[in-house]
Ligand binder design. Structure first.
Ligand code: 4AD
Length: 435
């Protein structure tokens, strides 16, 4: 059968479009997939889904569409024609009284049952992402990404792309993926940062949205091996202004999502009101954080890193995003600026969010290259490999700062998802790179 889908006759509306008084009582054509089917003797209820929403359709046994309604299976694609009816008993206040069904792709028996395990759902992620809650999460993800672009573009930032194959690891404390590069060894990028710093004399205010790769064998709900990294680097920017930018940016995105994706957030049970106007973020120095943790019974001393449990304790009790600042130099990356008042600590900050922990890593950058080289050496790195980075700063170095934010962690927070694995369509983890 040739389906005349491109003929004017089959020009379809979207589901969200027709759920309005304007279409009530009117005949419309819709297209999409059948997400649920329930058959009674005289009636068949099909829930039709497209990317904009769901609508319940009703086919009566005396309708010409009855045979197709009987034949059609869950997840089949189809065109459905019918009259929109306002009905307060229908799930969204509207339903469609069906007069015609054209099956486009008849689906085989759908393999997802109610009690399917989450591991199996990940094995068939290409199908399980059709779930309405997954759909809502992925829409919010798309909104978060556009929010990041909007925030920086509207403030005069340029978008810059750094390479994904790099000659050096870019980040301390994270494992790199090594790849063969025509007989040489290259790394998959962990951060755009070193290249971003070299771009400042060209564009001054820059941001990016790109995948970063981490080879850590972390099997937690907040780690992926490939994640989307929103990063910004700003010329002439010092530490206090950096924290201000991070707070403003996160606040902008959360408020945008709560306005534009309120129905998706409601479906997911997340708190639209809280995100629409986040309370002012708190700040706590690392030293004070360690004291607070000790008092609470944690076995921690100055110089120890804060793990997920410690981070969550600090931020969850406040219920407000929390900047931990002034970490010990020994804990943080080679490129971070030492605090002039206390060189054993750096002008760096991690922003923690409730329920998750670290969302953002940030710092003012060091301009003392002899010190940076020393720190690289003590991290087991060869400073000669970073010569391009030092060379760029020989010609007009300036104070500057930057940060990196994990998109999936922000989406996890906004949606209340169980894991970052739910916040990207096809997650990559140490044990999974399919589908
Ligand atoms: O703290 P990180 O490692 O910072 C950097 O890479 C800096 N060079 C960024 C910069 O200043 N331009 O990573 C930044 C953020 C983390 O706070 C976290 O949200 C996210 O990236 N992240 C991960 N997200 C998912 N899976 C992982 N394995 C992640 N590792 C880091």
């Amino acid at each position: 059968m040739v389906i005349p889908i491109y003929s004017k006759k089959y020009l379809a509306k979207t589901i969200s479009e027709i759920k309005s008084a304007q279409y009530s009582g009117k005949k419309v054509k819709l297209r999409g997939w059948i997400s649920k089917k329930r058959s009674l003797k005289q009636k068949i209820f099909l829930v039709l889904r497209d990317s904009t929403g769901h609508i319940q359709t009703v086919t009566s046994s005396d309708s010409k569409a009855w045979k197709s309604a009987e034949e059609i299976t869950t997840e089949s694609s189809c065109f459905i024609e019918g009259v929109v009816k306002k009905d307060p008993r229908a799930p969204d206040g509207y339903e469609l009284i069906v007069s015609k069904i054209l099956i486009v792709g008849l689906a085989e028996t759908w393999p997802i049952a109610r009690d399917t395990s989450s591991e199996f759902l990940r094995d068939i992620r290409h199908l399980s992402i059709r779930d309405p809650k997954q759909q809502a999460i992925l829409k919010i993800r798309s909104g978060v990404i556009s929010g990041f672009h909007e925030y920086f573009r509207s403030r005069g930032y340029h978008e810059h792309q750094s390479p994904s194959f790099t000659p050096t690891p870019g980040e301390s404390g994270a494992e790199t993926f090594e790849v063969k590069y025509f007989g040489k060894k290259a790394y998959l990028t962990q951060t755009w940062q070193l290249y971003a710093e070299m771009m400042l004399p060209v564009l001054e205010k820059i941001y990016t949205m790109a995948p970063s790769f981490r080879a850590d064998k972390s099997m937690t709900s907040r780690h992926l091996t490939e994640y989307w990294h929103a990063e910004a680097e700003t010329a002439w920017q010092e530490f206090p202004e950096l924290l201000q930018t991070i707070e403003e940016c996160v606040r902008y995105i959360c408020s945008k999502i709560s306005k534009e994706y309120a129905s998706e957030m409601t479906l997911l049970g997340s708190d639209v009101k809280y995100f629409s106007k986040l309370p002012k973020f708190k700040k706590l120095k690392y030293r004070a954080a360690v004291e607070e943790l000790k008092k609470a019974g944690f076995k921690i001393k100055f110089g120890d890193d804060l793990g997920t449990t410690e981070e969550k304790y600090l931020v969850d009790k406040r219920k407000i995003p929390l900047f931990i600042t002034h970490y010990p130099t020994s804990l943080k990356a080679f490129y971070m600026k030492r605090d002039e008042k206390d060189p054993d600590q750096v002008l760096a900050s991690d922003l923690l969010i409730p329920g998750i922990g670290e969302l953002v890593g940030s710092s003012e950058r060091s301009l003392d290259f002899e010190d940076v080289k020393k720190r690289l050496r003590s991290a087991g790195e060869d400073p000669k490999k970073y010569e391009f980075y030092f060379d760029s700063s020989r010609y007009g170095k300036i104070p500057h700062s930057g940060f990196g934010l994990g998109i999936e962690r922000l989406v996890m927070w906004l949606t209340g998802a169980e894991s970052v694995k739910e916040c990207i369509a096809f997650p990559r983890t140490p044990t999974r790179f399919t589908p």
